[in-house]
Ligand binder design. Structure first.
Ligand SMILES: Nc1nc2c(ncn2[C@@H]2O[C@H](COP(=O)(O)OP(=O)(O)OP(=O)(O)O)[C@@H](O)[C@H]2O)c(=O)[nH]1
Ligand SMILES: [Mg+2]
Length: 308
């Protein structure tokens, strides 16, 4: 075995001994992705691909590990996970979204493809903002899917929160307009609009979104209107292509990654951020109202690479 390989081998032997538990963390996925992985480059590489980091990020992490074994004495003694964390923190610079309700009212419109978790996220966000002391109103702008109104109304009842809705088939932009008028009249600081799931190829539904945006902007400034794309962590790169179309139509300014708990591929978040370069505000980690955590780079990288 060449000298470098022996060094690397010993390095991983030391490193992996320290990695033990794989308990669930705040993001809901099992802990350290290197847990139980043999200490050779191929296995580490496979673990990174399995976690959905994608080619570029995986190669950057591997490169840093190689480098640390070869050159950097300070890094040499550190765990593999520590090195990966170090690389990922650089990759995710600027990814932390912090929402401050500075204006009155603020309108947050949740958009995305079918079934990613928009309605559930609308409810979770409403719950979070309400707990933080804000007046919140919900707008049920998914007038397309038959059961959509009922679904979000159930959440509103549970939270004892006002909701503006209309009947199935109504004009979504008109519902948004009514909801905005109601938010102003009732002095609600934040209006959350749930919208219908749509594919980027369905022109009619995309036009509906463009119209909704135009109508809302008749009443408030661009600074008050936010469009957050909800992305299912399991869909990774599929949602990315679709997001580009959403961006053209609605000018997205944030991302929510849902269903992080249901995936062993926590690395998808990095690819989504690399592609969209939009701040990630929250991560969905379950189906209940409290299952939404503010996105923090430190929390996320710790969750991926630390024990427990
Ligand atoms: N495990 C898990 N499930 C989630 C999460 N968010 C949403 N879900 C589930 O995903 C399913 C779809 O969620 P919805 O909120 O209805 O998704 P949607 O984007 O509104 O769907 P459409 O309106 O049909 O496009 C539901 O069963 C939710 O309970 C999450 O963070 N974790
Ligand atoms: Mg929905």
């Amino acid at each position: 075995m060449p000298v470098l390989d022996i060094m690397v081998f010993n390095f991983f032997k030391r490193a992996t001994r320290k990695i033990t538990s794989a308990a669930k963390n705040i993001f809901g996925f099992a802990g350290n992705i290197f847990h139980g992985v043999p200490h050779d480059f191929e296995s580490i590489e496979a673990a990174l691909y399995r976690a959905d980091f994608g080619r570029e990020t995986t190669q950057r992490i591997l490169g840093a590990i190689r480098q640390s074994c070869k050159l950097d004495r300070e890094l040499r003694g550190r765990e593999v996970g520590e090195i990966a964390k170090h690389v990922l923190r650089a990759e995710l610079e600027g990814a932390e979204g912090k929402f401050v309700a500075a204006n009155f009212p603020e309108v947050i419109c949740l958009v995305g493809v079918n079934g990613v978790g928009k309605t559930t996220t609308a409810a979770k966000l409403a719950h979070t903002f309400q707990k933080e002391g804000n007046g919140v109103l919900l707008g049920a702008c998914d007038t397309f899917r038959a059961a959509a109104n009922e679904q979000i109304s159930i959440w509103a009842r549970r939270m004892e929160m006002d909701i503006i809705s209309s009947q199935h088939g109504a004009d979504a932009a008109a519902v948004a307009y009514d909801a905005l008028s109601a938010a102003v009249a009732r002095k609600k600081k934040i209006l959350l609009l749930d919208t219908a799931g749509r594919m980027h190829t369905k022109a009619q539904l995309l036009d509906e979104l463009a119209k909704l945006r135009r109508i809302i902007l008749k009443k408030i400034s661009e600074a008050q209107l936010h469009a957050w794309l909800v992305v299912d962590a399991n869909n990774g790169s599929n949602s990315i292509a679709q997001a580009k179309t959403f961006n053209e139509i609605f000018k997205l300014d944030g991302i929510i990654i849902s269903k992080m708990d249901g995936t062993s591929r926590g690395g998808a978040l990095v690819g989504i951020y690399q592609e969209l370069k939009l701040p990630i505000f929250y991560v969905g980690v379950g189906e209940q109202l409290g299952d939404l955590v503010p996105f923090s780079v430190e929390g996320y990288t710790d969750a991926l690479f630390s024990n427990g």
